[in-house]
Design a protein around this ligand. Structure first.
Ligand SMILES: [Ca+2]
Length: 286
């Protein structure tokens, strides 16, 4: 797909519209970042052994556009730490000023660098047109507040149309960017045609903190639908995803208009892979 270069974190293939074709749910960096990317002003990453250290190590330099000019994301101190040879060229902050990457590094080093470009950071769905092409459709603004690293499709409100649960966050990033922690998981109600609308948290009861890295639907002991939430450096979390009713149709048990997913309970400590047992998420009563 032209112009779809991004910092994609996750892809899920699922028939979102009942067409019999697999659409894609795509988690990207999101749009709540210092970094902005567009078709004409991509974020670039230059990778090369700019320090000429001879150890085979490479450095990555990210640039983004501000007022029509691409500047390195890293400041003088950060660049000098990874490329010490620049100290002679930029003895002061004043000398560094608003240098472009072309002002900082020799053209030969840049010519030999691997360059990667990102042109969109919006998390999206890609709708399968059935002729080998896809149409990229960004998810709503509420889904762009944080990077998405996991998605799960399912009919969570029982209206017969496929909905989405998305989640993510990213803590280990450069100070200039700040950590991406705005997501508490988000339920997106599908209209069956590839459009999705954010569901308020007080309706969805979805409140997942941490760095979510995977979502999977599982069955509980009596057949109830549960969503397993895998988080970096944290316990596995189980959410309830509606309940079967007479006739087997999935229906919500939350407040009217709700979407049916709510925190069920954390796994008992013995089932926690990392052995930690303290709980910051006490069970919620229905
Ligand atoms: Ca639905």
């Amino acid at each position: 797909m032209a112009g779809s270069e991004g910092w994609w974190n996750t892809v899920e293939a699922v028939d979102l519209r009942g067409t019999g074709r697999q659409d894609l749910v795509l988690g990207n960096l999101g749009l709540n970042s210092f970094l902005r990317a567009s078709a004409n002003e991509p974020v670039r990453m230059y990778v090369n052994d700019f320090s000429h250290g001879g150890t085979g190590n490479v450095q990555q330099i990210i640039t983004s556009y501000r007022n029509g000019v691409a500047y390195p994301l890293a400041g003088r101190d950060e660049l000098l730490a990874s490329i010490p040879s620049l100290k002679g060229k930029f003895p002061s902050y004043q000398a560094f000023g608003a240098s472009r990457i072309e002002d900082i590094l020799p053209s030969s080093d840049l010519a030999q660098a691997q360059v990667r470009e990102a042109r969109t950071f919006a998390s999206a769905v890609a709708l399968n047109n059935g002729n080998g092409t896809f149409t990229l459709r960004p998810l709503p603004a509420e889904a762009q507040f944080a990077p998405i690293y996991a998605s799960l499709a399912g009919d969570f409100d029982g209206d017969g149309k496929t909905d989405l649960l998305v989640a993510g966050n990213l803590y280990g990033v450069a100070p200039v960017l700040g950590r991406y922690d705005a997501s508490y998981g988000l339920m997106l109600r599908g209209d069956g045609a590839g459009n999705f609308a954010a569901v308020e948290r007080d309706q969805s009861n979805v409140a997942i903190d941490g760095e979510v890295r995977d979502l999977k639907q599982v069955r509980g002991p009596v057949g109830q639908r549960l969503i397993a939430v895998a988080r970096n450096n944290d316990r596995l979390l189980l959410l309830r995803a509606s309940s079967p009713t007479v006739g087997g149709r999935a229906a919500t048990q939350t407040a009217p208009g709700g979407t049916g997913a709510r925190a069920a309970r954390s796994l008992p400590p013995r089932a926690v892979p990392d052995g930690r047992s303290t709980s910051s998420h006490p069970p919620r009563k229905p």
